[in-house]
Write a protein that binds this ligand. Structure first.
Ligand code: KIV
Length: 277
């Protein structure tokens, strides 16, 4: 089975085919996404929100990300696995960013990394790409800057903000990113930016005009516990199914309906219980 590559990202854009990406944080989910033919799996630092129970992604550490990226990489044979660089692991200089990004490839088994920010990250992106590390950019609502942005709000709504976002996208492209996530920006802006770039854009809350789409898998599966944002399409309500299954298990055990005969083991023929001790 051939793994999806960063060149395939570009080829899909050129062919006008949509790129599919989902987040995963564990082995079983990654295996299932591979089976579904998802092009790319992002081990997002949304790990902090949906798996670790933090309010933002800011507390997520490099060790958290490496640990979960390893699990995803073990589960995926086909998708391009991208490790999300967490807060403050690429902000303190290109050399440290390179060391940290290298761990995702060398130790965790990812094939690329993602980092947030525009022009101010161009030097870091260049350093990683020159070292052979494929980098995905991330513009618009960048959750690691949520405290500065004043909340999870749509970005790029004014002319100045839209122009800045386009300039940031072009400088990331110049620095060598293979794709850019556009999060929570007006659909018209996402479409314009997409049309001006040679590298693909992957949208989340950015309309249909992007080259591909990504969702946080817990949102799509309805397992997030909280109200999902407007841009999410919930494909099932796994939370309800899990609740029903856990409740049924509790009732079965309490009413001695589980384990039934078919779940229990018998002794070999002629074996006597007394001889087992
Ligand atoms: O961390 C994440 O899951 C992300 C996606 C929302 C793109 O960055």
């Amino acid at each position: 089975m051939k793994r999806f590559t960063t060149s395939d990202f570009i080829a899909k854009k050129q062919a006008g085919q949509k790129i599919t990406m989902l987040t995963a944080y564990d082995y079983a989910t990654a295996r299932t996404m591979d089976e579904a033919g998802i092009d790319s799996i992002l081990v997002g630092d949304s790990l902090g929100n949906v798996v670790l129970g933090y309010e933002t992604t800011i507390p997520v550490t490099l060790e958290d990300m490496i640990h979960h990226t390893k699990a995803v990489a073990r589960g995926s044979k086909r998708a391009l696995v991208i490790g999300d660089m967490p807060f403050l692991t690429y902000h303190t200089g290109a050399a440290e960013a390179l060391r940290n990004a290298g761990r995702f490839l060398q130790e965790a088994g990812a094939q690329a990394v993602k980092l947030e920010g525009g022009k101010e990250r161009a030097e870091v992106v260049r350093t990683l790409v020159e070292a052979g590390i494929p980098v995905m950019g991330h513009l618009g609502l960048t959750p690691q800057s949520v405290l500065q942005l004043g909340g999870f709000k749509v970005q790029g709504k004014t002319e100045a903000a839209a122009n800045k976002l386009l300039a940031d996208a072009l400088s990331l492209q110049d620095a060598g990113v293979f794709a850019i996530v556009l999060e929570l920006i007006p659909a018209q802006l996402a479409e314009t930016v997409t049309g001006k770039l040679n590298v693909p854009t992957i949208g989340i809350g950015a309309g249909l005009g992007c080259d591909g789409q990504v969702l946080v898998s817990h949102d799509l599966l309805g397992i997030n516990g909280t109200k999902v944002p407007k841009f999410v399409k919930q494909y099932c309500n796994l939370q309800e199914q899990m609740l029903a299954a856990f409740t049924a298990f509790k009732n079965d055990v309490e009413q001695k309906a589980f384990p039934a005969r078919e779940h229990a083991f018998g002794l070999a023929e002629k074996q006597e219980v007394s001889k087992l001790y």
